[in-house]
Every structure is written in C-alpha cells, then in structure tokens.
Design a protein around this ligand. Structure first.
Ligand code: ZN
Length: 518
C-alpha cells in the first residue's frame, strides 16, 4: 500500500496541523468573534464514513491478525483511533438516532428498529448534528443507509439503489453490498464536484451488515456451507462456548428466542460458525475496498488538505463469540466496541491508539461542533474528543460509558444497561434482576460472569451505585421500565441448540400473516 502513503500533500506533524492546516484555532477564533467558522471561510470539511455492524476487533489497525482491512488500516495510520470506544445501543436505529443527536436512546425515545411510514420520530425540538451544520451554511449531505428516525434532519438525503456487484457467485446474499456500490459512486461524484461551501458529508455504507441476510440464507443445520474456493476459513474465537450459561441473565440464556438470527444459527455446528466468520470477513473486505475508493477520491481533490475524516460503526457483530451472530440484547465486546478513527491532513502518519478515555458515539456531535467552532447544545451528555486528539489530558473525563437495550421490534421487551469502566463491564437487566460482571483486564473474552458466581461483591456494589447515579443524572427511567416477555420464550432446555420452532418475532409475524426477508 506504499503508493497510497501520500494521501495528504505533505505530512505535517499534528502540531503543525493544529496550528496551520486544520481549522481548530481558526474556528475557535471565529467563534470568539461571534462568527461561525464557515462564515469566516476558514472552516474545514468533514467526511464521516459509517460501516454498519463493524466490530472493532476485526480491523487490522485494532490488532486483528487476519487483517483484511488494508484501506481502513491505512486511514488509521494517518490519524488517531480510540480504543475504548462504544456504541450506546447495539442496534441500528436506536444507535443512529442517538449519535446524530448526541442523546441517549432513552432521550431520543427511539429504542427499537420498529418503523412505520409515519414514525416513530425523534422529538421535533431535539437538535441534530445536521441541523447545526446546515445553519452554519455547511453543505450537509448524507449518502446511503439512513435508518435514523428523523435524526438526519438538516442533511440532504441521497438514498441508494442496488448496483451491479463484481463478486463471486458463491456469496449469494448481496442486496446490502449492491447498494454500497451505488453509495460509493455517489460519494465519489460529490467529492469531485466543485464546492462553494465547506461540507459535512456522510458515506453511510451497509456492510458488513449483509451478514444478517447471509444467516437467513443459511439457517438451520448444515454439514457444510459452500464457500468460494480459496476463501478464508477463520478459526473459532476462544470465547466461542459460553461455559457458564446457567449463570447468565435470562435475556442471554434465551437469546435464541428473542433474536431471529440467533434462532436461525442455533443448530449450526462449529464449522458453520467458521463459515459465518468467513462470510463476515468477506463483507468486511468489500466495504474496506469501498472505503479505499472514497479515500482515493478525497485525496485527489484540493479540499483534502482541509478535511477531517471520521470512520466509525453504529455497532458491532457477535462474530461467533458466545455462539452469537449479528447483534442486539447482549453487550459483549464484539457487539458494543466499535472502531472510532479520526484522520486528516496533519494527522498523517501519526497512527496513535488512544487507550485511556472511555468514549462513546455520544462524543461525536460535541467533537465535530468543537472542530468546526460551532455551538453544540450545552446539556449534551457527550464531550469533545479534540483534547485527546491534541494530546491534552482533559480533566474530569467521565470514568465510564453506558449502552442501553430495550427491544428489537417490541415483541420481547427486556430492558438492560451496560456500564463499562476502564477495567470492568457491569450489565444489569430488569428481567429477573439479571446481572453480569466481567473483569476485562483478566477476562477480555467475557468468559466468566463474576456476578453469576457471587464473586467481587464490593465491585458489584460500587458499580450498582454508579449505574443508579448515572440514571439519576441523565434522567434515565431505566429502573422504572417494564418487562414484557411471554413465558413460552423462556421455557426450553438451556442452550441455543435446544431451541425449536420460530423465535418470538417470527411467531408474531406468522400470526400477523407477514413474511420478513429470509
Ligand atoms: Zn430459544
């Protein structure tokens, strides 16, 4: 990849970037004069690249050994990446509504993937990232996957159509991948146009989300699932089995009952789970290629030297850890820990992994407003990450992040909260007062639920208090929420392989006479 190492006209140090090429001091000065940065004509462009369902741990730049992401890795080498970066909900729509507004799902009230033609929508008075930048005369344009419940207010929305995909026929599920071809072409065209105003552009790619449809296509027991010749067949992760399932909360014990995709995979053998990983890596390499195409287009235009690039995901994927596929309900690292990369002129070659702060997608909006010298709502729960990027050590940084769970479609409602500190992950579900505690320093694969064993009582007490206090400060009604679970979805012999028949959403759709894809 050495031919791409000169993405930026000149490799500045970060100090030079901040002093000269970047818009930070200029924007701050403009803001101090009561002008917006864009009106001062000095503000930088921002390009946000979103991958759907991309775990942090699958990227080479975050340590994955298979390393199928040369383009994302190159982007990371040209910037900084946050290590302890989390989604605030491991599901598409609640996560997106959350990060586009900088508000927790309990604030946006978008807590599921449920949609109709008319809603639900975020509160009409809620400020969105797009609306702030639109007001500041940025060219705000969003390409590709939306699923935002109105939180993209302020952006011009360019939806995608399925375009031809040059991929092997043995990967039969490719509707998401085909849309990404179109999204990428639209983004490249936009970048190559002339720009009269600074832009805030979003390339919202579907992949590796196409893995969801792949599970549906390959549901049920298989000896072998055909893969293209020569494709990777990754090993199972060392946290594949949940050996202490009996000590885990009910929503985890019966995830096969509430989650259609896990029900579809419940009778897979170990080899099939490796097939799943092969397919997941396939979809990742597709999206990585598209990230490379978009970056090639960006660096070939003059605006590149004044553009901040953010690469992120709305949530991760089970990746066969704990026998899980896709996402939702659980807060395990594979599903909640996401890539968060900032790159741009001046950050080139820096390649810093910022390990210390606990950060989440709630920090996106304050960070971008800070970068552009624009005013974010004062009461946002997140904070600007720029001090960390500038190598400063901001005081009073919160010692934890929180992720929320409510329901996928409304059929099984089992609210949960994850509170992640620098060394522990504490999870609380209302159903059965289920708790999880993982010592992530010593058990990064979350193999042993210490709460289920009655260990670390003092730590648990402290974390319970932290969560309680957090709900008080953020006015999160969590402890007063209701649980709605039909007992038939908590009844079979323990173990996902023991699931028979449909899952809760499938049974409901069947009763309603609906047929969902795959
Ligand atoms: Zn089940």
């Amino acid at each position: 990849m050495s031919e791409k190492s000169d993405w930026y006209p000149r490799k500045l140090t970060r100090r030079e970037f901040l002093a000269a090429a970047g818009s930070l001091p200029l924007a701050a000065a403009a803001a101090a004069r009561g002008q917006t940065a864009s009106l001062a004509g000095q503000s930088g462009n921002i390009l946000i690249i979103i991958c759907d369902q991309l775990s942090q741990r699958v990227l080479g730049c975050y340590g994955d050994k298979l390393s199928v992401t040369p383009n994302i890795d190159l982007l990371a080498r040209s910037g900084v990446r946050f290590s302890n970066a989390y989604t605030n909900c491991p599901l598409c729509q609640p996560s997106r509504a959350s990060f586009w507004t900088g508000r927790y799902p309990h604030e946006t009230r978008i807590d599921s993937n449920f949609t109709t033609k008319t809603g639900p929508l975020i509160p009409s008075a809620m400020t969105t990232l797009g609306s702030i930048f639109q007001k500041a005369k940025y060219d705000t344009v969003h390409f590709g996957k939306q699923h935002d419940a109105g939180a993209l207010r302020g952006f011009s929305l360019i939806a995608s159509k399925e375009a031809d995909l040059d991929s092997p026929k043995a990967w039969p599920v490719d509707y998401d991948s085909k849309e990404d071809v179109n999204t990428t072409a639209n983004v490249i065209r936009f970048l190559q146009e002339s720009h009269d105003a600074p832009f805030l552009a979003v390339a919202s790619l579907n992949n590796p989300h196409n893995i969801c449809g792949w599970v549906g296509e390959n549901e049920g027991p298989h000896e072998n699932i055909p893969l293209p010749e020569g494709s990777l067949l990754p090993p199972l992760p060392d946290n594949f089995e949940i050996k202490d399932l009996k000590n885990r909360p009910l929503p985890i014990q019966y995830l096969c009952c509430s989650h259609r995709r896990l029900r579809q995979a419940a009778q897979w053998n170990e080899l099939n789970y490796r097939h799943y990983l092969a397919a997941y890596y396939h979809y990742i390499s597709l999206v990585d290629t598209q990230v490379g195409q978009i970056m090639d287009a960006l660096v070939s235009i003059p605006e590149a030297k004044n553009t901040l690039v953010v690469l992120m995901a709305d949530h991760g994927d089970g990746m066969s850890s704990h026998r899980m596929v896709t996402k939702q309900v659980s807060f395990y690292e594979e599903m909640t820990r996401i890539p968060l990369i900032f790159s741009g002129a001046g950050l080139a070659g820096h390649s810093q992994l910022i390990r210390e702060p606990m950060v989440s997608l709630l920090d996106l909006m304050p960070t971008l407003c800070d970068y552009a010298g624009l005013q974010a709502p004062a009461d946002l729960p997140g904070r600007s990450l720029l001090p960390w990027i500038r190598d400063e050590n901001p005081s009073g940084w919160p010692p934890y992040v929180v992720s929320e769970w409510q329901t996928e479609w409304g059929y099984t409602v089992s609210p949960g909260r994850m509170l992640r500190t620098s060394n522990f992950k504490y999870v609380r579900y209302l159903e059965g007062s289920g708790e999880e505690l993982y010592d992530l320093e010593n058990d990064p694969g979350e193999k042993l639920n210490l709460a289920g064993l009655g260990q670390n009582r003092k730590d648990i007490e402290k974390l319970r208090e932290m969560l309680k206090e957090h709900t008080r400060i953020t006015r999160d009604p969590f402890f007063g929420l209701g649980v709605k679970v039909d007992p038939r979805w908590r009844s079979h012999k323990l173990g996902y392989a023991n699931h028979e028949g449909p899952s809760a959403p499938e049974a409901a759709w069947e009763a309603e006479g609906r047929k969902e894809n795959n």
